[in-house]
Design a protein around this ligand. Structure first.
Ligand SMILES: [Zn+2]
Length: 308
């Protein structure tokens, strides 16, 4: 082999190594004729998944389609749009965001013809925290996403409201709690097919994240979710859930909060409380080691603030 061939080979190898890994395939689960769950990977953002870590949902209406949650980058949004185009030839006329976190909103720009809908607080928080979420995904994936930008909602719903609307012939209730996973969550209840799209208020097989949460309100919302006659719950992360899974999540969250309240009342610090809590069930969940310490600290501060 002549030296210039070696150089060429070496150059090619470098080019391949520098190219971004492919975004993992979307796992499509057909819930019924109208609703497809588009399930994403469960690992935290990394170079291998290119930041793809969220569940989205496709709702097929009469003349157009609705996409709920759009991924962490414009590239993931485009990846989802390609999957949607294989499932329906109807145009995506509406995008709904369940909350402002970048993994749920930053792919909105891949649906340029769609009207974006969210809670009022989601729109505000997305504007305030856009740069921070972009820095997060770029840091974890290890490269820049120069074309990723927030596209905040043009139609918003107020905090602590439930509004029944019809989009593309599909009846849905937009349920904006007072607070839960964030102060701007929005869940979607499809009463005719008894499907709940939970955003990150409902997550399955992973540790819920309390960083922007009001844990007490979250527990209250889960108590109400448990009463809904849902046949299928599409969580923000992880596999599809049943009502029993939602009830189990409520039980875990309620007893954790009660344990922290009891510890605070007994004058313990958050690290002392952590040692006393029974976290056996929590330890089986993904990301426990990365998230749980901060969760307990966050809930402790909330209990402390409520005591004043
Ligand atoms: Zn999320």
């Amino acid at each position: 082999m002549k030296p210039h061939w070696l150089c060429l080979l070496f150059g090619l190898t470098l080019a391949v190594a520098a190219r971004a890994a492919e975004i993992p395939a979307v796992q499509v689960v057909k819930v019924n004729d109208r609703v497809h769950a588009l399930l994403g990977p469960m690992e935290l953002p990394n170079p291998g998944n290119q930041g793809y870590m969220v569940n989205s949902t496709l709702i097929i209406g009469e003349k157009g389609a609705i996409v709920v949650d759009t991924g962490f980058t414009d590239e993931i949004g485009a990846h989802l749009a390609r999957t949607v185009a294989r499932l329906t030839d109807k145009p995506v006329t509406h995008v709904i965001n369940t909350h402002h976190h970048g993994d749920h909103t930053f792919g909105n720009s891949a649906f340029p013809g769609a009207k974006v809908i969210s809670s009022e607080m989601c729109r505000q928080l997305l504007r305030e925290h856009e740069a921070e979420w972009l820095a997060t995904v770029e840091g974890l994936v290890g490269r820049k996403f120069p074309n990723t930008r927030a596209v905040p909602a043009s139609e918003v719903y107020p905090r602590d409201s439930r509004t029944e609307i019809v989009i593309e012939g599909v009846r849905m209730v937009l349920w904006v709690p007072e607070g839960a996973h964030t102060m701007g969550d929005l869940m979607i209840w499809l009463p005719d097919v008894r499907v709940l799209l939970g955003g990150d208020i409902l997550v399955n097989e992973i540790t819920p994240n309390f960083r922007d949460a009001n844990v007490k309100l979250w527990v209250d919302v889960l108590a109400q979710v448990k009463e809904l006659p849902a046949q299928t719950i599409i969580p923000g992360h992880g596999p599809l859930m049943t009502r029993a899974d939602a009830a189990a999540l409520h039980g875990r969250m309620a007893s954790l909060y009660a344990g922290i309240q009891a510890g605070y009342a007994a004058g313990l610090t958050d690290s002392e409380i952590r040692k006393k809590l029974d976290l056996t069930e929590w330890k089986t969940l993904r990301h426990f080691d990365q998230v749980m310490g901060n969760n307990i600290n966050r809930a402790y501060l909330e209990v402390e603030a409520a005591a004043f």
